[in-house]
Design a protein around this ligand. Structure first.
Ligand code: ATP
Length: 309
């Protein structure tokens, strides 16, 4: 079930929390929503779940519009809100039963769905405890279980791994990826590594505007557009090698790598590659090229560049 967001704007007083954004998420895609505090992630997610009515624009979930068929959309969506609101007095199983009934699951399927969620979310040992007695990580799992219980076609997860320990994080990420093969998933996160590990596509939002949209690889490319290589050339005189590298017509900037013998960092001119030229240069001069590795721009750097102002 595809999600299409068209010219969405949400104002709080004079502030535009979300400012005329448009994007599409396709079935079978996990979209990561990344942005600094107050960027507009939660606001957008709440609008998709029909929890909040935007001032302008439309969202379609499958064939349904948030303006015309909010109840139909609610049935199709599983939502894990930020801060994961739960009823602390309720035992896990009772809470899941309550949610299953609210979601309108047929009576004869409710037990089966509860057992499935307990299995999928790893809640077997905690299922009879009151939610208030659970650790933060287990509460988060209960939040995920309630979002998934009606087997929704769309899953909206606001910071799904917050409060989990590293082992749980890996398990939950795997679970999200598995779900994402068949369903449409949007998750928000502050953790860049998480978005990169879990999501097919990343959308970076800043001050209510989309500032980047693409795979992690595409974002790196867009931001740099330049090849950076770390190379090691042996058996040549250091300054002669440096000079020759600088003179290659594909090379923009050549630099020594501090503290590493015979190592250089080569930034090619935009859209060009220097790999072949470097190789041929070494062959011509009888130098040994013992290393050539691409230097990747870190996603953190891209995020900072895009969300600095
Ligand atoms: P975080 O990562 O901190 O959760 P976010 O990207 O989810 O941030 P939102 O919660 O969508 O950001 O908030 C976007 C902006 O809208 C913020 O400046 C916030 O203060 C403002 N805002 C959100 N909800 C309200 C509200 N109910 N009333 C007034 N302003 C609000």
């Amino acid at each position: 079930m595809d999600i299409i967001v068209e010219n969405l704007t949400k104002r709080y007083g004079a502030q535009r929390a979300v400012d005329d954004i448009s994007f599409r998420v396709n079935t079978g895609e996990v979209l990561g929503f990344l942005g600094p505090n107050g960027a507009g992630k939660t606001t957008t997610m709440k609008a998709i779940t029909t929890f909040l009515i935007p001032n302008e624009g439309n969202i379609r979930v499958g064939e349904f519009s948030i303006h015309d068929h909010p109840d139909e959309i609610k049935k199709k969506i599983g939502y894990l809100p930020e801060n994961n609101p739960l009823y602390p007095e309720m035992p896990v199983v009772d809470y899941l039963r309550f949610v299953a009934e609210l979601q309108g699951i047929e009576k004869n399927r409710i037990n089966e769905r509860i057992l499935r969620m307990i299995d999928v979310c790893g809640l077997e040992g905690e299922k009879h405890k009151k939610i208030g007695e659970l650790s933060k990580g287990y509460k988060q799992r209960v939040g995920l279980a309630q979002a998934l219980i009606h087997d929704p076609e769309v899953l909206i997860l606001d910071e799904p791994t917050s409060g989990l320990d590293p082992n749980q994080i890996v398990e939950i990420r795997e679970l999200i990826k598995k779900i994402g093969r068949e369903k449409t998933v949007i998750l928000s996160s502050h953790i860049l590594a998480e978005v990169e590990a879990t999501c097919d596509r990343i959308l970076i939002i800043n001050r209510g505007k989309i500032v980047a949209d693409g795979t992690a690889g595409e974002l790196r490319k867009q931001s740099e557009g330049k090849e950076i290589l770390k190379i090691r050339i042996e058996d040549g005189e250091k300054n002669a090698v440096f000079k020759a590298l600088q003179q290659l017509d594909t090379v923009g900037v050549a630099d020594f790598v501090e503290g590493e013998e015979n190592c250089f960092e080569i930034t090619s001119k935009p859209e060009l590659s220097s790999r072949r030229n470097i190789f041929n240069l070494c062959v011509k001069n009888g130098w040994i090229l013992s290393e050539m590795t691409p230097v990747e721009t870190k996603l953190e750097d891209i995020f900072r560049q895009l969300t600095m102002n």
